[in-house]
Design a protein around this ligand. Structure first.
Ligand code: TXA
Ligand code: MG
Length: 347
């Protein structure tokens, strides 16, 4: 791939940075790629109607072609042209959770080229919560395909610096909107199945969705389990190793005392611990805090940034404490267990 002359622009302030916002929009509309902020994580964006631009996303990220992209819109009205039908359940979810960190999978109208959704009959759509993102999409005037702006397999970027680290020289623009407020990717829910099904947990929780829909919802087994290659999965993204720092990650499932004893017995070099704030005074080795045990928002906000920070520190092995798996904790656990390649030690 030829090196591109990447430009870094600020889109932190919707008024002050309006010329930069317009530049990002023009770049996208005319077939360029831009890393752009959303409230969840940074996305690598392209015009979803431009197959050439979309194919560049896959090659820049090193993303397998069978892993479909999410299409982002600026207004809820744009949903109806992308899907066969805005079902009553879809309508209810848009009313409560859009704009925001919820992606809905629905039967596709066929408008979006097959290369975006990996030839599936369904399409994933999200209306982002960050006003600057919607302003970029609105000015681009086209639906925007945007997977997370990391090289495939790496932790998703939550700052412009993370995008610079992964994408400098590979995309036309990196739009700096500051730190992402959520820090983990959106919840993905399929409304194309008989019972609504969570394909990827996020900060919009299964409990919240069930309450709004007033019905049972399922959680896809890929959220908890390892998918073997070759097995058909509902969310193709879930079968790949994901979110990984360069260091190997192992999850330690035990109480504070057990985890601290286990860590004190490890004598290899370059080990780091990823723990809760309450653990810090007891740590026998170097470590970072993900936040307080009960503060799942903070844990979601810090997880990917912590992985990247530990890479910078030269960590070779990371021992992470098992997160609380309730509510938003399920999203943190889902990313962590994938980063760990499902290695959990029950102490
Ligand atoms: O928060 C987010 O969702 C971020 C920001 C940039 O919006 N985007 C993001 O995209 O995380 P990506 O491509 O990294 O993850 C998309 C996920 C993958 O797990 C993919 O398999 C799933 O959504 N997906 C997309 N289209 C699908 C479809 N038609 N059916 C099932 N799963 C789908
Ligand atoms: Mg991703």
């Amino acid at each position: 791939m030829n090196e591109i002359n990447t430009k870094l622009v600020s889109v932190k302030d919707i008024k002050v940075d309006i010329d930069n916002i317009q530049l990002v929009a023009d770049t996208l509309r005319t077939g360029g790629l831009a890393a752009m902020p959303t409230e969840t994580v940074y996305g690598i964006a392209a015009n979803a109607l431009d197959e050439k631009a979309v194919s560049r996303i896959f090659s820049v990220k090193g993303r397998p072609q069978d892993n479909p992209l999410i299409v982002h819109i600026a207004d809820v009205k744009e949903l109806s042209v992308l899907v066969q039908e805005v079902t009553p359940n879809a309508r209810k979810l848009t009313e409560v959770f859009w704009p925001g960190a919820l992606t809905m999978v629905l039967p596709s109208s066929g408008l979006i080229p097959k290369s975006v959704n990996a030839g599936l009959n369904t399409i994933a759509v999200r209306m982002p919560g960050l006003p600057v993102t919607r302003e970029i999409i609105r000015r681009a005037g086209v639906p925007i395909a945007a997977p997370s702006a990391n090289i495939s397999g790496r932790p998703s970027p939550t700052t412009a610096q993370h995008c610079i680290d992964d994408l400098w020289g590979k995309v036309e623009l990196i739009a700096d909107g500051g730190e992402c407020a959520v820090g983990l990717e959106s919840t993905v829910i399929s409304l194309a199945t008989a019972t609504p099904r969570i394909l990827r947990p996020g900060t919009v929780t299964p409990e919240q969705i069930a309450e709004v829909l007033g019905c049972e919802i399922e959680i896809d087994e890929s959220v908890f389990n390892h998918n073997n290659d070759g097995v058909k999965v509902s969310s193709p993204g879930m079968k790949y190793k994901h979110y990984s720092p360069k260091a190997s990650v192992t999850i330690l499932d035990g109480n504070t005392e057990q985890v601290m004893r286990y860590l004190s017995e490890q004598d290899c070099d370059d080990i780091w611990a990823l723990v809760f704030e309450e653990d810090l005074p007891f740590l026998p080795i170097s470590g970072l805090s993900l936040g307080k045990f009960n503060d799942v928002h903070e844990q979601a906000f810090r997880l990917f940034a912590a992985f990247r920070e530990l890479d910078k520190k030269g960590a070779k092995h990371i021992y992470a404490r098992m997160p609380n798996t309730e509510g938003i904790g399920l999203a943190v656990y889902n990313r962590m267990i994938r980063a760990a390649g499902f290695r959990v030690i029950n102490i």
